[in-house]
Write a protein that binds this ligand. Structure first.
Ligand SMILES: NC(=O)c1ccc[n+]([C@@H]2O[C@H](COP(=O)([O-])OP(=O)(O)OC[C@H]3O[C@@H](n4cnc5c(N)ncnc54)[C@H](OP(=O)(O)O)[C@@H]3O)[C@@H](O)[C@H]2O)c1
Length: 303
């Protein structure tokens, strides 16, 4: 069954946090949710860009009141500050969309010494979800959506060198981070089930969507092959957001589901449920990753 946002009824009274809502898929997700009457909290690291995006959402949907809050996922202190402030301001959280991400940057470490992609794409969202879980649990029908990627299929979890300190491969680090996001979504659901929680955890990937994510891709690839890749494999950010919206709002979504485009190799197309790699379902590796993540973020989940 393919997903159609038009089939989703108005969601007035619900609140969603979308990380990285100022650009690309996060912006499209925030816009589409605003059009469905959801109050969106736009969690952005750059407040100037965030405010421009917020004003654009209001321009397109004048009756909506998106809220902008600062969140820099490269600093765990910022994740704590964001969660504290959110919980002071709001008494419910219906949807947490762990969207923000970076791809194949030059080697850098986050403020807490994590390889940037592991830290921003995965570990910060691991912590954010844990801090906000009590509020999600207090909100009936709440969901967490984690963003993965086709790249997770090439990934493995490098337990011997999670931060690529020995030898950095930008693609291997991106793939690791996106595999970690997918494993997290599934392991979170298993733990929620065990603890009797009603929160639902799902994952989504957008295929390949034309966004700023590709700014570090070598010009030789975007230049020469760009037009061909665009034609065959790339969809608009608006279409790329559909699997995220499906995972967040689809009536038939179950815990642990993974959504993506239905086209060739899941590059583009309508949003459907898809399968992750075999490794993404490996419970032993997922459990070990969870335990390491708790240590690295100095945060213990209560589930
Ligand atoms: N586009 C694709 O084809 C594709 C494919 C597979 C998966 N994905 C996933 O989709 C998600 C969204 O990517 P996108 O394509 O929409 O990319 P994008 O247009 O580059 O947007 C990424 C967003 O993340 C934010 N961000 C980056 N670092 C951050 C940090 N330290 N703290 C807070 N926010 C931060 C960015 O903020 P700034 O604007 O300030 O940089 C931006 O808002 C990512 O998780 C990505 O891995 C995308």
């Amino acid at each position: 069954m393919t997903f159609n946002i038009q089939d989703i009824p108005l969601q007035s009274g619900r609140i969603a946090i979308v990380t990285g809502a100022n650009d690309g898929l996060g912006f499209q997700t925030a816009l589409a949710m605003s059009k469905k009457g959801i109050k969106v909290v736009m969690a952005c690291r750059n407040l100037e860009k965030g405010d421009k995006a917020r004003r654009e959402i209001i321009r397109q949907q004048p009756e909506t009141k998106p809220e902008l809050m600062h969140l820099d996922l490269s600093k765990l202190s910022s994740v704590h500050a964001f969660a504290d402030e959110y919980m002071q301001k709001h008494d419910r959280l219906d949807l947490l969309i762990n969207n923000a991400g970076i791809m194949i940057p030059p080697y850098t470490l986050t403020a807490n010494g994590f390889e940037n992609q592991l830290g921003v794409n995965y570990l910060a969202h691991f912590l954010l979800t844990g801090l906000l879980l009590p509020l999600l649990e207090a909100t009936p029908g709440s969901r967490v959506v984690s963003l993965s990627s086709n790249a997770h299929k090439n990934g493995k979890i490098h337990f011997d060198d999670l931060n690529f300190k020995k030898k950095y491969s930008a693609f291997a680090a991106y793939s690791q981070s996106k595999l970690a996001c997918l494993m997290f979504a599934k392991e979170l659901q298993r733990r929620l089930d065990k603890s009797g929680s009603k929160v639902l955890s799902a994952a989504a990937h957008p295929g390949m969507s034309d966004t700023s994510l590709f700014k570090h891709v070598p010009a030789v690839i975007t230049g020469i092959l760009g037009p061909l890749i665009r034609l065959l494999m790339v969809q608009s950010p608006e279409d790329g957001a559909k699997p995220i919206l499906y995972a967040a709002l689809g009536a038939d979504i179950e815990g642990g589901d993974y959504t993506g485009p239905d086209g060739w190799q899941q590059w583009k197309g309508e949003a459907v449920k898809v399968k992750g790699s075999r490794l993404s379902d490996n419970r032993q590796v997922s459990k070990r990753l969870w335990e390491v993540s708790e240590q690295l973020t100095s945060f213990n989940y209560k589930i």
